[in-house]
Write a protein that binds this ligand. Structure first.
Ligand code: KG4
Ligand code: ZN
Length: 332
């Protein structure tokens, strides 16, 4: 089954063709980052406009690289939630139009379920059940993946998501948006033990809280500036990165042990982080847990992951019609 998938939840306009949930026939991503960078973050109105401008060409390119016409696809999938509402609406309405015009089923996909499904593309042997850590700009979730379409969240962030904390801390350190990748690069030349940062306590041991940690970094930078002191940015980046990765991986592995999981997966934009990948891999290995990590190219937003999840949503009968709407928030 060949699914044409569309993703427009934030600042990437993306389309892909994926066969049977696992084989990517094309994967096109048009990023808007350079434009949003000027404003230090995503400007929702600009994002919607750029999606409108790019989506036709991006979908055409995805079909043409897959060597297919719209009529030859079996279904149209689209990210319908969560994300920027104006951005999501562009993809949802475009997908509805295509599905109606071509007489194809329309499959709505939850963005975070898509991130998790990126692992199915990279790891043909991976099948539920397993425990997943999904860390992105909007989510930090520990999830029990019961089967391809049923999930239970056992831990989540109480305030900032991991990626959001990375981006805000990065901004304080003087890096451009999105700062996560810049912190990652700077960390390579820093000493992660130089700055002591807090490990916030949470009532539920599997919840996260990153806002205090982020504020600590911001205060450190501001205090140093007021006193005319020099910050060792590389070491502050390394200390911050290590602390976030330490918290995420420590809690995740404990959850896996408590719930008896021997299979685990990492997902979301923050899954690209070097230290998080290393700590998760080491700690899972020590406990005999097989960890699946998506390739860097599939960690950030893309439509191939949406096409992968869409296949399983289709098999589960989760098909929509012209009444499909987008939603800015949506539980898993
Ligand atoms: O999943 P994603 O592409 O979009 C959302 O669904 O939010 O995640 C984007 C987030 C941003 O906060 C970005 O800074 C972060 O992922 N990110 C990273 C790295 N690459 C992307 N954070 C830390 N280290 C990285 N290498
Ligand atoms: Zn995402």
């Amino acid at each position: 089954m060949k699914i044409l998938a569309i993703e427009s939840s934030c600042d990437e306009t993306a389309a892909a063709v994926v066969e049977d949930g696992r084989r990517v026939l094309s994967n096109i991503v048009a990023t808007q980052i350079d434009e949003h960078k000027l404003y230090g973050g995503v400007v929702p109105e600009i994002a919607s406009r750029r999606h409108c401008e790019s989506i036709t060409a991006v979908v055409d390119e995805a079909l043409s690289q897959a060597g297919m016409t719209l009529a030859e696809t079996d279904a149209i999938a689209v990210t319908y939630a969560p994300g920027l509402i104006g951005a999501l609406l562009v993809g949802v309405n475009f997908a509805k139009g295509l599905a109606l015009a071509a007489g194809k089923p329309l499959i709505p996909v939850h963005h975070i379920k898509g991130h998790i499904a990126a692992n199915y593309i990279a790891h043909p042997e991976l099948e539920p059940p397993y425990l997943c850590l999904a860390a992105s700009g909007g989510h930090s979730h520990i999830m029990r993946v019961y089967d391809y379409t049923h999930f239970e969240t056992i831990g989540r962030t109480l305030d900032d998501a991991a990626g959001e904390a990375f981006d805000k801390a990065a901004r304080a350190m003087g890096f451009p948006y999105p700062g996560g990748v810049h912190i990652d690069k700077a960390s390579k030349n820093g000493d992660s033990r130089k700055y002591k940062l807090p490990h916030p306590k949470t009532e539920n041991p599997y919840d996260f809280s990153f806002s205090g940690l982020k504020t600590n970094v911001i205060n450190l930078v501001h205090n140093a500036a007021q006193k005319g002191e020099q910050i060792d940015v590389n070491s502050l980046a390394a200390s911050f990165q290590f602390t976030v990765a330490d918290i995420l991986s420590y809690k995740f592995v404990h959850a896996a042990m408590e719930y008896g999981y021997k299979t685990a997966a990492l997902a979301g934009g923050v899954a690209a982080n070097t230290t998080l990948r290393e700590l998760m891999t080491d700690r899972c290995k020590k406990q005999g847990i097989r960890l699946y990590v998506p390739p860097i190219s599939l960690c950030g937003d893309n439509a191939a992951m949406i096409g992968a999840q869409a296949y399983y949503e289709y098999l589960a009968g989760n098909i929509s019609d012209g009444s499909l709407n987008a939603a800015a928030t949506m539980p898993l």
